[in-house]
Every structure is written in C-alpha cells, then in structure tokens.
Design a binder for this molecule. Structure first.
Ligand SMILES: Cc1ncc(COP(=O)(O)O)c(C=O)c1O
Length: 304
C-alpha cells in the first residue's frame, strides 16, 4: 500500500502530453537535455485532479504555482486563464472527464550549458502538462498506510523553503527511500527544531481525545488538501490545533491520517509498530474524509 496507489488503466499508454502548448503522444513527448528542470531540478509544479469534468480547487493550485514561482524568482509569462486553457486543451484532446490526475510542471527553461546560474538560461520557460487516467485504489482507505519516523528533516525557509512546490524534490525522495528501507509507506519528518513537520509526500494529522493536531505549517508544503481539512474541521466544530509538538506527544494517539490532492484523506493504520483505529468505520478520520469528499462535491456542483 502507498499514499499514491491507483487503479492501472491501459488508456495511459496512449495519452497526449502538452509541451509548451503542443500536444505529443507520450512516446514522442520529449524535453531538451539542457532543460533547467532536468539538469538541476529548477522549476515548480502542481498535482491537480479532474473530477466530473471539473478541475478541483483549481484557483488554489494556480495561486500556489504562482506563489512557488515567485518564491524562486521564476517569472511565469502566462495569465491564470492561459494556464487553464492549456490544461483544458490537453484534457479535451485525451477525452478525459473523471478520475484524472494532472501533473503541471514549469521549468526555468533551456540553458546554453549545464551550469546552475540562471544567467546560463537562453530560452523562455518550458511547461509540460501530463494528464493521466488515475483512479485512487479504494484499498487505500480500507487498509490504511503505515508511517514512521525517518532521519531526514524538512529544511527551513532559509535553506530550500518547503512551502514552495519545487522540482528540487531530493529532500522528500531521500526521506521516502529511508521510509522504504524501514518498511513504512510514508516517513514522518521533523522540522529543524525537532517538532513533527509532515510526511515525505503528504501532510500529516493526528487525533487524540477527539482533537485533531497538525504542525504549524511553517516548515512543510501548505497542501491544498491540508488547508481544506483545517477549514472542514472549523466548519464542523471539530477542534483542529496547528502547533509545535514532538513525536512523544502523539505517541499514544488513537488515529492519524495523511492528506494530498491525489487520494484526499488517507487513514494511517500503523505508526511504526502500533496499530491505530483510523481505518474503522466509526473513526473521526472516516468522518473527516466524508466531510472533505462532500467539500469536493460542493465545489464541483458550484462550478456547473
Ligand atoms: C511534500 C508534499 N507534502 C504535501 C503534499 C500534498 O499537497 P496537496 O494537498 O496540495 O496535494 C505534496 C503534494 O504535492 C507534497 O509534495
């Protein structure tokens, strides 16, 4: 099990991909070896869902990609409308309507030589939109995932600000490799002060005494889903504390869940060797997941 398990779909073998506004079959979709993203991880990205023909929470995703781009001094020469137009173009060409996952990537563009300084960049930015038929595996929710502590920590905003969704994912990847080695689906990462920050590819919440606890958000990606969960809790009188806390404080928690655009709310079945109640029918995690799914449905209906 993982936080990103999906139902395989053979239609993905023939998808079209948007590269700088042109559509290519996936076998022909290629980017230069001088691209800044390929050479140096220099760029930003978003993962977006299409459900019932609607790009879910698209305004939040577009705002975040602009904020991430600004955070790394990358000028995006498009309007929000241009981006939505390019996403819709490739969705339409692929006849995609539901359970679609879209990876939208903007890199600083091609370089004259593989050198880090952006003064070696010669061209405009490159953008790529990869849409896939990707339905979440329902077993993700019934089985839950296993998480545990790893040694890799989240950097501060003065290192590589984790609030920007950049292509420089090595910090997350190294934590993920460590988690794999330890037999966890996701690694629990601390911040620089020893407080729990997040997981390697998702945001993290614990539940104790019917209270939801999560990090302050200062040292992790401020997930769109994380934001919606905090909102959902507020709207439904579920206490959700955003605070600094250590592993010892939540060691005996009864439930936990992780969040992300792809699978929404994913129950944590096990923290290291301890079994939790999160996958149970009557868990608060389950209630929060239903409330979050309701929020998506409300959004979809509103966008009609
Ligand atoms: C490190 C990290 N944390 C959390 C998330 C979840 O964020 P969101 O809810 O916006 O998908 C992601 C997904 O991009 C991520 O890469």
């Amino acid at each position: 099990m993982s936080s990103h398990n999906y139902i395989k779909n053979s239609k993905n073998e023939n998808i079209l991909i948007n590269i700088n506004g042109e559509l290519f079959h996936r076998s022909e979709a290629k980017i230069s070896v001088f691209d800044s993203g390929f050479l140096l991880g220099d760029g930003v990205w978003e993962g977006i869902r299409l459900h019932k023909k609607k790009l879910v929470f698209i305004e939040d995703h577009i705002n975040r990609i602009f904020a991430s781009a600004k955070g790394i001094s990358l000028e995006v020469p498009f309007s929000k409308e241009d981006i939505i137009f390019e996403i819709n173009k490739v969705l339409l060409a692929n006849e995609m309507e539901d359970d679609i996952h879209i990876r939208f990537i903007i890199s600083r563009g091609d370089k004259i030589t593989p050198y880090q300084n952006p003064n070696a960049n010669v061209g405009p930015i490159n953008f790529v939109i990869i849409p896939e038929f990707k339905k979440t595996d329902p077993k993700t929710y019934s089985r839950g995932i296993k998480i545990g502590r790893v040694n890799n920590i989240r950097p501060t905003e003065m290192m590589l600000n984790p609030q920007y969704n950049t292509l420089s994912k090595l910090n997350c990847i190294l934590a993920s490799i460590e988690a794999n080695r330890l037999g966890f689906d996701e690694g629990i990462m601390n911040d620089i002060n020893g407080n729990i920050s997040t997981c390697n590819s998702t945001n993290l919440f614990f539940i104790n005494d019917n209270k939801v606890i999560t990090s302050t958000g200062d040292h992790c990606l401020n997930g769109i889903t994380r934001g919606k969960i905090i909102q959902v809790c507020d709207e439904n009188n579920i206490k959700c504390l955003q605070k600094n806390f250590t592993f010892e404080e939540i060691e005996n928690c009864k439930e936990a869940f992780v969040t992300g655009t792809f699978a929404g709310v994913i129950p944590v079945k096990m923290i290291e060797k301890r079994l939790l109640n999160s996958t149970k029918e009557n868990s608060l995690t389950n209630d929060i997941r239903s409330l979050y799914n309701k929020k998506i449905n409300e959004y979809i209906n509103l966008k009609c």
